[in-house]
Design a protein around this ligand. Sequence first.
Ligand code: SF4
Length: 308
Amino acid sequence: MVRAVRGASLRLGAGETLALVGESGCGKSVTAMSALRLVPCPPGRYEAGRILFDGRDLLALPEAAMQGIRGNEISMIFQEPMTSLNPLFTIGFQVAEAILLHQDVSPEKARELTLEALRRVAMPSPEKRIDQYPHELSGGMKQRVMIAMAIACRPRMLIADEPTTALDATVQGQILDLMRDLQDDTGMAVLLITHNLGIVAEFADRVAVMYAGKVVEEAPVIELFESPLHPYTRGLLGSLPQEDTSRPLLAIPGTVPHPSLLPAGCAFHPRCPDAMPKCQEALPPVFQGGPKQSVACWLYEEASQAAS
Ligand code: SF4
């Protein structure tokens, strides 16, 4: 058995944006897919834990009830719009499909709502684009279609998995502005998955940092950037390019371990500049590192005990 996610306790409120960050392979996408029960089972398995949405445990719901939630109450913008859209259907068909599935409306009304969704994502010439196929659109337009599909039913929660990775910087900015406007408009909660800390600083309210399948630090965005506590978070922030280009870029030595080969104790210890003997023996629990900041690292054991 390989545990892709070993401990992720997250909370997301209405209208709030929580960014989930970490290197590739740390469990971000599996965490997000689990919220919609999209991990294929088998071979996948939800071993333990709960995923509560409005008090309902999504892991305990029958599949039919989950289908009523997916794309309706909780939506997801997947990575790679180039491959997530079906090349054989027009974009109008693909956006209307979600509307027809979840709302009791005629095909004519679904087309009207599709046009409205395309307008909301500022698609140029929506009346023309609605009947076009994905290959006729640019990368930015395809990403707008993905967002239109995700928000067509006005979800209460949006999961955006690397929503701007494949786009150039200008289009990236436009897409982020668009998501923020939609959020202001509808009050939806956003779980933003990214490894781009610049996007996090601009867009998120709170940040959770994942490493080797666990959340190792969580804090409001300002606290995290101003006083990162976990050595891994400090390493991530230290490796960002600075204005002072004479300073060499810092790197975190080593690589993320494969989930089947996790070291004992704290999984970060082989790469950690602050590792102590204890770190190789026991998994650190989550300590309170500040009024709104939590951290899973033995360095904060004493301070946390003294404060409590
Ligand atoms: Fe480093 Fe130890 Fe903290 Fe892990 S628990 S991050 S090894 S100091």
